[in-house]
Design a binder for this molecule. Structure first.
Ligand code: ADP
Length: 256
C-alpha cells in the first residue's frame, strides 16, 4: 500500500474568521493523497478548489482540522520547518506563473536553490539541465517580459522542478497556455508522475487536462461532492466520465 503524503482531516477554512464578513469556504474536508498519485481537482468557480490546494500544501493554514504532511501535522511545525519541508518536497506551479520581472529567467528558475544557499556551480548545472529539457536554454539571460507566455510557463515549470520535488502542486497550470503548450505540459506531468514517481495535485477546469489524472475530486460549495478513479479506464473513457460530472453540474445550475 503506498504511503499517504498529504492528508486533510476535518479541514475547515473560514476567511475573515471572527468578523461579520466571515465566510466558510471549506466545510469539513477529509481526503488523502497517496504517494505517486496524480490528483485532479475540479468544481465550479468559487467552490473552494484553490482554498483546498493552498491549505493542503502549506500556502495557507486551516481554520480548524488538521493537515498532515508525510505523517506530521502542519500545525506542530515551526515556520522554519515548513519552509524546509517546502524546499525538500514541494514544487508549485500557478496560472499566472509568478515569475519576477526584475530577474532573468535563469535567476527565476534558480530561486528555490538560491534561497536554500545551494552552491553556485550546482545551481548552474541544474538550471541549465532543466532549461535544455524544456527547450528554453537560449532564453536564460532574458527577462520574463521578453518571453512568450509558453516560454514563461516553461520557466515556471523549471523553477518548480529545480529542487527535485516529490510533490507538485499546480493551480490551473494551463490557464494561460494554448492547446499545444497545454498538451505538452500534461505530457511532462505524466512523465514525472509515471517515470519519476512524483505525486501531483492539480486544479483545472478543463476535462481534457484533468483526464491525465489518476483520481479526480469534484468540489462543490466547499465540500468534496464526488471522487472518480481512472483505474483501468482508457483516458478517453475517463475523459467522458469527467465531462459527464461537469455537465450534470451545469444542467443543475440551468435548472435553478
Ligand atoms: P475556486 O478556486 O474554486 O474558484 P476559491 O477557493 O478561490 O474557489 O474560493 C472559494 C470561496 O472563498 C469563494 O467564495 C471566494 O470568494 C472565497 N475566498 C477566496 N479567497 C478569499 C479571501 N482571501 N478572503 C475572503 N474570501 C475568499
Amino acid at each position: 500500500m503506498p504511503e499517504i503524503v498529504l492528508e486533510a482531516k476535518n479541514l475547515k477554512k473560514v476567511y475573515n474568521y471572527g468578523t461579520e464578513n466571515a465566510f466558510e469556504a471549506l466545510h469539513d474536508i477529509n481526503f488523502q493523497v497517496y504517494e505517486g498519485e496524480f490528483i485532479g481537482i475540479m468544481g465550479p468557480s468559487g467552490s473552494g478548489k484553490s482554498t483546498f490546494i493552498n491549505n493542503i500544501s502549506t500556502i495557507d493554514m486551516p481554520t480548524s482540522g488538521t493537515v498532515m504532511i508525510n505523517g506530521t501535522s502542519v500545525k506542530t511545525m515551526s515556520a522554519n520547518q515548513i519552509g524546509h519541508f517546502r524546499y525538500e518536497n514541494l514544487g508549485f506551479i500557478f496560472q499566472d506563473f509568478n515569475l519576477l520581472d526584475t530577474h532573468t529567467m535563469f535567476e527565476n528558475i534558480a530561486m528555490p536553490l538560491s534561497l536554500a544557499h545551494v552552491e553556485k556551480s550546482v545551481i548552474r548545472s541544474r538550471v541549465e539541465e532543466l532549461a535544455e529539457h524544456m527547450q528554453i536554454s537560449h532564453l536564460l539571460n532574458k527577462f520574463p517580459n521578453e518571453c512568450s507566455g509558453g516560454q514563461r510557463q516553461r520557466a515556471a515549470i523549471c523553477r518548480a522542478l529545480v529542487n527535485n520535488p516529490r510533490i507538485i502542486v499546480a493551480d490551473e497550470p494551463t490557464g494561460n497556455l494554448d492547446s499545444v503548450n497545454s498538451a505538452e505540459l500534461m505530457k511532462i506531468f505524466q512523465d514525472l508522475n509515471e517515470n519519476s514517481g512524483v505525486t501531483i495535485v492539480m486544479v483545472s477546469h478543463d476535462p481534457l487536462i484533468t483526464s491525465y489524472s489518476s483520481r479526480l475530486i469534484y468540489i462543490k460549495d466547499g465540500n468534496i461532492e464526488s471522487i472518480l478513479e481512472k483505474g483501468d479506464l482508457s483516458q478517453d473513457e475517463y475523459f467522458k466520465m469527467i465531462v459527464d460530472i461537469n455537465s450534470a453540474e451545469s444542467r443543475e445550475i440551468l435548472q435553478q
